[in-house]
Write a protein that binds this ligand. Sequence first.
Ligand SMILES: [Zn+2]
Ligand SMILES: [Zn+2]
Length: 354
Amino acid sequence: MQANPFTARAAFCPGCGCEVAGSLLACPSCRKLMHGERLKSLAETGQAAEDSGVPATALAAWRDALALLPPESRQYALIAERIARLGREIDQKAAPEQPVDDQAQHQAHSGWSAGRVSGVAGGLALLLWKFKFVGVLLLTKAKFLLLGLTKASTFLSMFASVGIYWHVFGGWFALGLVLSIYVHEMGHVASLIHYGVRADAPMFVPGLGAFVRLRQTIADPRQDAWIGLAGPIWGLAAALACLGLFAITGMPIFAAVARFGALINLFNLLPFWQLDGGRAFHGLTRSHRWLATAAVATAWAVTEEGMLVLLMAVGAWRSAFDQSSSQPDRGILATYAILVAALSAILCLPVPLP
Ligand SMILES: [Zn+2]
Ligand SMILES: [Zn+2]
């Protein structure tokens, strides 16, 4: 009974009874919404979830509703706004003390350079908080990491990945690499759950890495950016953990996994298409995109890491020509810059060959 907006089968307008192509969301003659009933029940679900304090569930319902509304409609704009607001509310509740308002206030009283410093400090604090979040999750909610493993498809595709890497690099290295990719993907999964976005369990593509397929459009550029950055944030944490193990055990394999993991995460920060960097750029204004590209350029000047040239070129292209966010967010910019710097630094560490 519920029409799927993606089927082309014709339906009849509930308002005027005209025959309407199944792909249309509103009747072309009387403008009545084609999915009014479904939208009403989604709105009820969303409102009820908001009222009972489960914003992630509310977000999922509002995103479903958004997919059934014509993008030029007033309802679409209202719900998109609501999605953005709920995302901020979730983050404000999750962060221990909310630095954003303080920061904004501070900014109003101080000059440009102080503002910039507080922006970077705020970003650092946010990143540290995210790391704390990672630590807490790894320690107390290890079942989160098992979530993907319980799905047979994830497990099988991961196994196939190990097979290919095994051939190229040798078994333990391959295992370490797949595990660090797994941690990266679980960063996305945790963030998707955080913002109530419906998605499938991660799939491993032999030789290429892994991805999480979304079953909803994220709709808000800021949430999109944080969901994208969550992968490299967790990936960086995994690389640092490997470096820690290397420092403790002196086993070169850990340094090798850290280094290669850093390279994969850096590649994912390429501001292109569905890659994590591409998502991060959704949340950046034009000037912030240029600053992110400048951060990449600085990292390249220091490390001469070839991958950074690619990031720089694509970053400059997206800064110059692509449509950018209108809402400045220094947290996203600072996190992107810190990730590029930290991952590039790991790439400079020599791996002692056995
Ligand atoms: Zn009609
Ligand atoms: Zn990723």
